[in-house]
Design a protein around this ligand. Sequence first.
Ligand SMILES: Cc1cc2nc3c(=O)[nH]c(=O)nc-3n(C[C@H](O)[C@H](O)[C@H](O)COP(=O)(O)OP(=O)(O)OC[C@H]3O[C@@H](n4cnc5c(N)ncnc54)[C@H](O)[C@@H]3O)c2cc1C
Length: 405
Amino acid sequence: MTEYDVIVVGAGPAGSIAAYECAKRNLDTILIEKFVLPREKPCGGAVMFRGLKVINGNLPTEIIEQKIYGLKFQIPSSSSTVEFVSDKLIGITVFRNKFDEFLARRAEDAGVILMEDSRVVSAQVSEHSACVKLENGADIRGLFLIGADGVNSVISRSLGLRPKRKDLTRHGLGMESDFYVGEEGVAKGTDNNPHILSIQPLKGKLGYGWVFPKREHLAIGIAGPGIDILPLRPKFYDFCKHIENQANIELVPEKLRTFFLGADGLKHKNVLDRVILVGDAAGFVDPMMGEGIAYAMQSGVFAAQVISDAISANRHDEQYLSKYHNLCHDVFGSSFGMAEWAGPQSSVLVDRLLSKINGHPLAAEIMAKVARGEIGYGDIPATALRLLPRELPRLLRSKIRSYIT
Ligand SMILES: Cc1cc2nc3c(=O)[nH]c(=O)nc-3n(C[C@H](O)[C@H](O)[C@H](O)COP(=O)(O)OP(=O)(O)OC[C@H]3O[C@@H](n4cnc5c(N)ncnc54)[C@H](O)[C@@H]3O)c2cc1C
C-alpha cells in the first residue's frame, strides 16, 4: 500500500493550504475530500486580508466578488449606524464554491494528489503510521495526518480530540443564504456602498445578522448561541424582512443553509502523535464574529511547517507537534481571547463605545490593522494609546469646530 508523507482530510481553505504547503516542501501529500469540487459551503464569504496574505493575494479576478474597505455596525438602541472605512483593502467577498475549488486545484497543481468524492469515516494512529478509512472500505496510510474536515470533524471525534455529540443549545448556530438581487439590488442593500460589510445585532438577543455584498448577490445570515437563536427559520425570515424593508428590495433565498459555529480552538488539544487539526476542525473561529477563513488558511501553513520540521528532525510525537499549538497561540491567542470576552457584550460595546468613535480615522486605521493581520483584537487598546498622540491635534480641531458651528 502506498504510504504518503501526509494525508490531509478536507479540501476547505485549511486543508488545501496545508496540502499545498506540504507539497511545496517536497512532501508526498494526498488531499481527500468527501464531495466533488466545486462544493457548497454555508458562509458569508468574507475573506479578510490576513487570509489573502497567505496566498500573496494571488487570486484570479473572477473569484473576487467585491473588494472590501470597511465595516458598518447597526447601533442596537437606535436606528443609526457606525461605520469605519479605510483607504486600505481589508478583505474581499467570494463565493465559497469557487474560492475553495481554486485553492484545491492550486494544491493539485503543486503536486498534491486530490481525491474527490471520498468520505473518510474513521482515523487511527499506530506507532508507525496514521491511517484513514474511506466509506468504500479503502485504507489510506501516511506518516502524518492533518484533520481539516471542518466543524463536524470525523478526524477529531474519531481520535477522541472532541466529544462525539454536540449539545446544540451550547454552540453557535445560524442560518444563511445568498440572494440574487442584481447590481441595482446590491447598491440598494448596501446604501450605495458595496465595499462595506454590514453587521447588525438581533433584537433582544445575543446573536447578530450580516449583509455581505457580492457582485449581484447579497449574502445574508444570522448567527448566535444556540440557546438564543432557536428556532432558526422564523428568526432568519424576520431578519430578511427587516433588510427588505430597510433597503426596499425583495429577497428570494437561493438555498437556505443551517450551520454550527465551533469556536473552541485554543482551549482544546489539537495535536496527537502524528496528527494535527487545522481550521474549523480545530475550532479556530473568532468567537465574536464567526470569522474563520483566514485562521483556517494560516493554521494550514503552520501545520505544514511543523510537520516538515518534524520529518527533518525524525520526530512524530505529540510533544514535538505541540510547536503547532504554540504557533497558533502566538498568532491567534490575542484575538480569540479578546473576542471571547467581548462576544457576550458586543451589543453594549457597539452602543456605548463604537457609537462614540463613529467614522473616526483612528478607529478605521485600527480596524484595518486587525483585518490585515498587523495586530490582534487584544492589541487594540495598546495600539490606540500609541497612535493617540498623533491624532490629538486632529481631535482637538474637530472638537473646537463643533463648539464654533
Ligand atoms: C454561515 C457561516 C458564515 C461564515 N462566514 C464567514 C465569513 O464571511 N468569513 C470568514 O472568514 N469565515 C466565515 N465563516 C467561518 C468559515 O466558513 C470557516 O471558518 C471556514 O470554512 C473553515 O475552513 P476549513 O477549511 O477549516 O473547513 P471547511 O471550509 O468546512 O472545509 C472542510 C472540508 O472538509 C470536507 N469534509 C468534511 N468531512 C469530511 C470527511 N469525513 N471526509 C472527507 N472530507 C470531509 C468538507 O466537505 C469540506 O470541504 C462562516 C461560517 C458559517 C457557518
